[in-house]
Design a protein around this ligand. Sequence first.
Ligand SMILES: NC(=O)c1ccc[n+]([C@@H]2O[C@H](COP(=O)([O-])OP(=O)(O)OC[C@H]3O[C@@H](n4cnc5c(N)ncnc54)[C@H](O)[C@@H]3O)[C@@H](O)[C@H]2O)c1
Length: 270
Amino acid sequence: MGARHGGYPDPVLRVGLIGCGAIGSVVARELSGGAVERAELTAVFDLVVDHPLRVQDRESLLSRSDVVVEAAGHGALRAHGVAVRESGTDLLVVSIGALADEDLESQLRQAEGGRLFLCTGAIGGLDILRAAMLFGPLEEVAISSTKPAAALSRPWMGEDVLDALADGSVPVTVFDGPAREACARFPESANVTATLSLATVGFDRVRVQMVGDPEATGVRHVVSASGVAGNYELSFENAASPDNPRTSAVTAYSVLRALTDMQRPPVSFL
Ligand SMILES: NC(=O)c1ccc[n+]([C@@H]2O[C@H](COP(=O)([O-])OP(=O)(O)OC[C@H]3O[C@@H](n4cnc5c(N)ncnc54)[C@H](O)[C@@H]3O)[C@@H](O)[C@H]2O)c1
C-alpha cells in the first residue's frame, strides 16, 4: 500500500465514529453519502444509538479505523481518547471542552501513537490568530458569549443576578473571568472557549464574559484579540442543531472539513 499525501494508506481513509448523536449522525450520513472524497465511514460506536455499521466495543472500532472521530462527550473522550492514540489510530476530538481538565489534556497530549487533532467546531478564525502569535505575542484574547437571559440562570448565582436575569429588561453580565473557570461554571459553553484557549494563550489567560440578553433568541460569540500583528474581532451566530439545541449545526460540517483537510488535498487552505 502506498502512502498518500497525508500519510494514510490507499485507497480510502477509514473513519470510525464514537458518538452518533446530533453531530455524529450528520457526520455518518454525510460520509456515507460521499461528502468527503477518499473517506469512508467504517464503524460507529455508540452506547445507545443503533447504526448499520455499529460495533460493540473499542477494539472493533480501532481495527476498522485509520482515524476515530470522538463526538460523544467528555466521558467518552476520557474513557477512550488515550487508548485510540496508543493504538496508532489518529484521533479527531470534538468535545474540546473536556480539555479544560488539565489532567486529561496532558494525558491526551502525552499519549504516543496516532496523531491528536482538535476540531475547530463551532468557531473559526484560529488560523489568523495563530499567525499573529508568530509575529508577536497576543496581549489580549477574549470571548464574549451572549445567550437568552433565561438560559443562563445557574444555582450558584446570587439572588440579585437571578432576579436581573428573570426580570429580563436589560442584558446582564453573569460571568467575567478566566476561561478555565468559565468552562467549569458553564460547561455547555466550554467547547468554543476551550478551542480558543488551546489555539491561543491558554485557559488561564483568555478572558470570558457571559451575558444574558432578554432580546437574544440564539447564541452569539464575539472573539477579540490584539497584539503587535493587529486587532481582530470575529463573531459567530450559528444555527442550532435540530437534534440538540445546545449544539451548533455547523459543528458536524466542521468535522467533515477536518477529515477533508487532514488528507491534504492537492488544493487546500493552510
Ligand atoms: N467543538 C465544538 O465546537 C462543539 C460544538 C458542539 C458540541 N460539541 C461537543 O460534541 C459532543 C457531541 O455533541 P452532540 O450534540 O452530538 O451530543 P449528543 O448528545 O446529541 O450525542 C452524543 C452521542 O454520544 C453517545 N455517547 C455518549 N457517551 C458515549 C460513550 N462513552 N461511548 C459511546 N457513545 C457515547 C450518546 O449515546 C449519543 O448518541 C459533546 O461533547 C458536545 O459538547 C463540540
